[in-house]
Structures are given as C-alpha cells and as structure tokens.
Design a protein around this ligand. Structure first.
Ligand SMILES: Cc1cc2nc3c(=O)[nH]c(=O)nc-3n(C[C@H](O)[C@H](O)[C@H](O)COP(=O)(O)O)c2cc1C
Length: 171
C-alpha cells in the first residue's frame, strides 16, 4: 500500500467491534507516534493506554456521545507544556507536536487494520482530574482504538475535501 493509499484508507471510526486489540499492535501504533518529529525534538507528548474497563468508562464519560464507550482501547494523548518548545514570540508548539504524533499513530493503526477517531470535543478538565495530571499536562485528545465494525470509503475525499487548487497557491 502506498502512503497515499494509506492516508485515504484511514477514516474516523465511530463503531467498534467487541474484540480486543493485540498488545503488539498497540505497541506498534505507539512506536509510530514515538518516531514523529517535534519542534526542537522536545517530544512533549505521551499517551495513557486505557484498557481497564472501569477507567475506560470514566474517560468515555467525559465525551457526550455513547459510541466512545464501545472502543476496547482509548489512548489519551497528553501534551506536556513544561517541555514543549516556545518560539521567541511565545507560541507554544505543544499542540502541533502532539497532533503530529497522533497523526502518525492513526495512520499506523489504519495500516494494521485498526480504526481510530480523533476526539477533542471532550471535557478536558474532567479528564485531567480522572487521570490526576499535574497542571502543566494537558489532555489534548482521546483516540479510541479498535477493530472497526464498518468499512471506510477511500473515495470519499473527492467530495469531502476541498479541491487541491483551493488548498495550495503556487507562486
Ligand atoms: C482535531 C480534531 C478533532 C476532532 N474531534 C472530533 C470529536 O470530538 N468527535 C468526533 O466524532 N470526531 C472528531 N474528529 C473527527 C473529524 O470529524 C473527522 O476527521 C473529519 O470529519 C473527517 O472525516 P474522516 O476522519 O473520516 O476522514 C476530530 C478530528 C480532528 C482532526
């Protein structure tokens, strides 16, 4: 599979099979995040791999839609603002770095036949409390991981994405 085929294959999975994810696959997905680039190579991100049913339920409750509870694994992506790079104008690159690592992870998952979905519309303060995080850590996103109960449509980008000429200006 070429990179572009893989990028087209990944889709937001909101329906998961009741099937556990092999630990080696979780490790491989995390490895893809580990090798991601980051500003100054500061790597200000980490992940909490939530498999425990009780904790998973608590984390899923920070999001208002019930489908998240069905995912067998939830990766909580954390950004560490105490180690992220700040440009001289003060811009904190924590979110950018964390997003790149997550993107690596979701693409690796797709290659392994696993579904993921970015979830940012959750109550991050509540999640912060549940995981007893220090002030400088931010719960950036919840990434459910599991076998999808649906097939993605790799052709959907034709209509669901802006056309290339709108995206890039050549000068
Ligand atoms: C930063 C970010 C936040 C997102 N937050 C949510 C979310 O809270 N809930 C959800 O169902 N989908 C969420 N999504 C998924 C997007 O809706 C989805 O990526 C987009 O509609 C494109 O569809 P596709 O991923 O299937 O290609 C998020 C995606 C990104 C990149």
């Amino acid at each position: 599979m070429s990179f572009l085929e893989l990028a087209r294959k990944r889709f937001s999975t909101r329906k998961y099979l009741d099937k556990p994810v092999e630990e080696e696959k979780i490790q491989q997905v995390l490895e893809a995040a580990r090798v991601a680039p980051s500003a100054h190579n500061y790597q200000p991100y980490s992940f909490v791999v939530v498999r425990d049913e009780e904790l998973r339920e608590k984390i899923a409750e920070t999001y208002e839609y019930g489908w998240l509870k069905k995912a067998p694994v939830i990766l909580v992506a954390l950004g560490d603002h105490s180690r992220s790079w700040r440009r001289s104008d003060g811009k904190d690159h924590c979110d950018i770095d964390t997003a790149i690592a997550i993107d690596h992870l979701t693409l690796q998952a797709a290659e392994l036949g696993l579904g993921t979905c970015w979830v940012c519309m959750f109550n991050t303060m509540q999640c912060h409390k549940i995981l007893e995080l220090p002030d400088y850590m931010e719960a950036v996103a919840l990434i459910p991981l599991g076998y999808s109960a649906r097939e993605g449509d790799a052709d959907r980008h034709e209509e669901k994405r802006r056309p290339l000429p709108e995206l890039a200006r050549w000068r």
